[in-house]
Design a protein around this ligand. Structure first.
Ligand SMILES: Nc1ncnc2c1ncn2[C@@H]1O[C@H](COP(=O)(O)OP(=O)(O)OP(=O)(O)O)[C@@H](O)[C@H]1O
Ligand SMILES: O=c1[nH]c(=O)c2[nH+]cn([C@@H]3O[C@H](COP(=O)(O)O)[C@@H](O)[C@H]3O)c2[nH]1
Ligand SMILES: NC(=O)CC[C@H](N)C(=O)O
Ligand SMILES: [Mg+2]
Length: 536
């Protein structure tokens, strides 16, 4: 029974975003969450049942590249309007709504792109009192950001024209009775100065969502959801000591106490002394039961001879599950034979998106995160993934609320496949030992120079190629280490960190001097996209 956590009966007030393919759709989600309201985005064509089950208090229809006049262009599922909740259409979303209710949309190839000032002449619940500037007696003005070719030229019955620009006669339309609204511009981009105010007005006043998407409330809500999902059953949590699984541990500990057993797997692909550190932190800070499994041989044997990145990820994902299954048997034996039905993981939203298991869009598989795309099809557990819809910065805030130590919260992420995806090609213990030493030197110097906290993630990568060097008049023919450091907020895009040359020089000299098996060090200057953060 491989099941993603089902939508629980206890729900926070929530907004449904239907994505028609705009480049800014993801920003709508961020803005709504920033105003304290939970939301999720789905492709415009998801099943009717899912639209109903989501339990939205309001729906936002995104923009999109298509034209409502084009054959087979996307249409709004009528189930949206049957929900009886307010609907906000943005750009394409507005045009599709106008067309649906009998208005007229004028097709054009010419694009209006960029800043525009609109005049607000009409009144609506959405817009009244929201303005950038107003002189007595004159129309209120809004500075907005447009990106469209088509435009609505006649509003449907029941709608009023609220605002216009010289080139766009209907920049805002509103039907206050039904609470349907259309914006031709993009409120989700920061160039629309009152964009956050308009979205806030929509979700709070019009949809009547409470501003409960705050770390305190998220914690309470998730704990209640976990109690409901798990009942009196036993749960096994894969605990890596990273931010995500530590936050899950804290949530589960609060929700179900000693029905929780954590398993920390030493897969031989961890950083220097990591196993001991994790066990120590958890014994000291968390008061949760943790089993440590030494599975280095198991992982390295399974990986022997494998050099394809996706194959390696799948093997690691499966071996993790094998270890979890064995631990579950042991836990079950120790608790009067009660079967462990649930496996908890610290899966977060970017893991899901990049493994394309998302209900969020039709994204391509970039890489199979071991805990999502790398899971076997015949998983014998029901998954518990309370962070599956959160971004990393939201997880960190939640961790602080739950009282986790800042040192744990501010750790750089470390991928489950660990050094397995930082040793390019085949993984061996020899390579892992060399890489561990190089990585430890890099971390030490980052900490010492204060750059650890200024970068979002940094690590060393083992290159299985040899390069010639000269040491003490002798020839050295040895391996190459790459250093990687990035700046990013959400790990979806990243810029390589502009570390000072002096720091890179210190690290490079130390690595080549202290590790005889390394003859050369390089610095990775690739950003994401087009590169990814990890090399495999
Ligand atoms: N060594 C490990 N032992 C047990 N479970 C693990 C291990 N490594 C990863 N996992 C599981 O896989 C999940 C995803 O790993 P990932 O590295 O993305 O998250 P994390 O380690 O919790 O946090 P971070 O991203 O900050 O490293 C973890 O949350 C955890 O449930
Ligand atoms: O738990 C994980 N399992 C994985 O299989 C995995 N692959 C990448 N990452 C981490 O995800 C973030 C984005 O990485 P990429 O740009 O390489 O996709 C970075 O923070 C990566 O370290 C993983 N985490
Ligand atoms: N940004 C959008 O949603 C654009 C909508 C539509 N494709 C247009 O050009 O008008
Ligand atoms: Mg990790």
């Amino acid at each position: 029974m491989t099941t993603a956590a089902a939508t629980p009966a206890i729900k926070e007030d929530r907004i449904l975003i239907l994505d028609f393919g705009s480049q800014y759709s993801q920003l709508i989600a961020r803005r709504v969450r920033d105003s304290g309201v939970f939301c999720e985005m789905f492709p415009y064509d998801i099943d009717t049942q899912r639209i109903i089950d989501f339990g939205a208090k309001g729906v936002i229809l995104s923009g999109g590249p298509e034209s409502v006049h084009a054959e087979n262009s996307p249409r709004i599922n009528d189930a949206v309007f049957d929900l009886g909740v307010p609907v906000l259409g943005i750009c394409y979303g507005m045009q599709a709504m106008a067309e649906r209710f009998g208005g007229q949309v004028h097709a054009s190839d010419i694009h209006e792109f960029g800043a525009a000032t609109i005049e607000v002449n009409g009144h609506s619940q959405l817009t009244d009192g929201i303005e950038d500037s107003k002189t007595d007696g004159a129309a209120a003005k809004l500075n907005v950001w447009m990106s469209h070719g088509d435009k609505v030229i006649e509003v449907p019955e029941g709608f009023d024209i609220i605002a216009n620009t010289p080139s766009c006669p209907i920049a805002i339309m509103a039907n206050d009775d039904k609470q349907y609204y259309g914006l031709q511009f993009h409120p989700e981009v920061t160039h629309t100065l009152q964009g956050q105010a308009l979205l806030g007005r929509f979700v709070h006043q019009i949809c009547e969502c409470a501003g409960e998407w705050t770390p305190d409330n998220i914690a309470d809500m998730r704990i209640a959801q976990l109690k409901e999902q798990i009942g009196d059953k036993q749960v096994l949590l894969g605990l890596s000591g990273g931010v995500d699984s530590s936050v899950v541990a804290a949530l589960l500990h609060k929700a179900i106490g000693d029905q929780l057993t954590c398993v920390f797997v030493d897969n031989g692909l961890l950083r220097l002394h990591e196993g001991d550190q994790v066990m120590q932190i958890f014994a000291e800070n968390m008061g949760v039961k943790v089993i440590r499994v030494n599975a280095e041989d198991l992982f390295l044997n399974a990986l022997a001879g494998q050099s394809d990145p996706e194959a390696k990820r799948k093997i690691i994902g499966k071996t993790f599950i094998d270890v979890f299954a064995e631990s579950a048997r042991q836990v079950s034996e120790q608790s009067d034979g009660k079967v462990v039905e649930f496996l908890a993981q610290g899966t977060i939203y970017p893991d899901v998106i990049e493994s394309a298991k998302s209900h969020q869009g039709k994204a391509h598989v970039i890489k199979s995160h071991h805990n999502v795309g790398g899971l076997p099809d015949d998983l014998a557990f029901e998954l518990v993934e309370p962070l599956r819809d959160l971004f990393k910065d939201e997880v960190r805030k939640l961790g602080i609320t739950l009282g986790l130590p800042p040192k744990m919260i501010n750790r750089h992420p470390f991928p489950g496949p660990g050094l397995g995806v930082r040793i390019l090609g085949e993984v061996t213990k020899e390579y892992a030992d060399i890489l561990r030493q190089a990585d430890a030197i890099f971390m030490e110097e980052l900490e010492r120079s204060g750059w650890y906290d200024k970068t979002a993630q940094a690590f060393a990568v083992f290159q299985p190629i040899k390069s010639v060097g000269v040491v003490g008049d002798g020839r050295r023919y040895a391996w190459v280490i790459a250093l990687r450091a990035v700046e990013t907020v959400d790990f979806m895009t990243a810029r390589f960190a502009h570390l000072p040359y002096d720091l890179i020089e210190t690290v490079s000299n130390r690595i080549m001097n202290e590790i005889a098996e390394v003859s050369r060090v390089t610095y990775d200057v690739s950003s994401k996209p087009p590169a990814t953060i990890e090399w495999e």
